[in-house]
Design a protein around this ligand. Structure first.
Ligand code: SF4
Length: 324
């Protein structure tokens, strides 16, 4: 049976392609700029919303192009109001997006890849492997989906869902800029956080970006052997190299990176692990975010008890390390 080919998403066109398109439709050149404003600044999802584009041109475009906004195929709503979505893109792959509302704020956690190649042993996505990287538009679409669903402005975004953003660096930076654009969602750079498991060669280019985007590092252990076991994908980026890269990062930017530390019972909540983390952080510009590991069915890794989390928080704070 012959398959119908899906029209191309008009939002994937570059400015040059839009200019060529407008010329081929025998329209004045300024229409390309108008189209770009609707597509990339105002983030519309239909041709009908483009009110300053002549109707005939809109109809012509609608015959050739589409808006491939993702389709929501499942959602879970928690008692605290957060919503977890499974969003499917036009080629059939799906990713998770999480919305976390609180008072007048709406935070979103987005995925940067479908699956992930890093293979962290405590993570269901890592176990399944990588399917493909997402485009910048697919990252932005997750945020737009949440904004539409809540009918509210998204106030912060963390790139911390499925995937390693620094393995999809260019698309991640493009998405950060689209989300930061004052003509688009206009989310402040400091409220846009990229979380990496420590791909060292990308930390410097990230620090060199002119915008003040926030960096988070999935640390999960300050003991090399434990970290190798938990995060085999970053084995070659050793802790001393990571420490040095972050020293240069803070020196260059003056910004405080966050260390994510998912506490796993009997693995990284022992006395030597706590001591090593305190030593790694003491006297540096950083913030530690302690999280109880998510419970994955059939996984040998279990979340640490709450009292261990509190003990580690106390120990870090005694050593002058900011912790939540
Ligand atoms: Fe999972 Fe993140 Fe590790 Fe990838 S980098 S395997 S998504 S924890």
């Amino acid at each position: 049976m012959e398959q119908t080919k899906q029209p191309r998403d008009i939002r994937s066109l570059t400015m040059d392609e839009l200019t060529e398109l407008v010329a081929s439709c025998k329209q004045p050149a300024f229409r390309a700029k108008q189209l770009a404003e609707w597509l990339f600044d105002k983030n519309v999802c239909s041709f009908d919303e483009m009110t300053n584009i002549p109707k005939a041109l809109r109809e012509q475009l609608a015959e050739q192009f589409s808006f491939n906004a993702p389709e929501e195929i499942a959602r879970q709503v928690s008692s605290d109001g957060s919503r977890k979505y499974l969003l499917r893109f036009s080629d059939g792959i799906s990713v998770e997006t999480v919305a976390m509302p609180s008072r007048s704020k709406l935070a979103v956690c987005i995925s940067t890849q479908a699956g992930c190649a890093m293979g962290c042993v405590f993570c269901a996505t890592g176990i399944a492997g990588l399917t493909r990287s997402l485009t910048a538009q697919e990252m932005v679409d997750q945020v737009l989906h949440v904004a539409n669903d809540f009918n509210e402005r998204v106030t912060s975004v963390v790139f911390m869902g499925q995937g390693e953003p620094f393995n999809n660096f260019d698309a991640t930076v493009e998405a950060l800029r689209k989300l930061n654009s004052e003509h688009g969602p206009n989310i402040g750079a400091r409220h846009l956080t990229v979380s990496t498991c420590g791909i060292i060669p990308r930390i410097r280019p990230f620090a060199d970006l002119p915008e003040q985007f926030t960096l988070a590092i999935s640390l999960h252990s300050a003991i090399q052997q434990t970290r190798n076991q938990l995060m085999p994908g970053v084995k070659k980026y050793t802790l001393p190299r990571l420490y040095e890269a972050l020293r240069l990062y803070t020196e260059k930017t003056g910004r405080r990176p966050t260390y994510e530390f998912a506490m796993i019972e009997g693995i990284n909540d022992t006395d030597p692990e706590m001591r090593a983390l305190c030593d790694f952080c003491e006297g540096t510009l950083c913030h530690v975010n302690l999280i109880q590991l998510n419970n994955i069915p059939d996984s040998p890794f279990k979340p640490s008890p709450q009292k261990k989390v509190e003990e580690l928080q106390r120990r870090l704070m005694t050593r002058g390390v900011e912790t939540t």
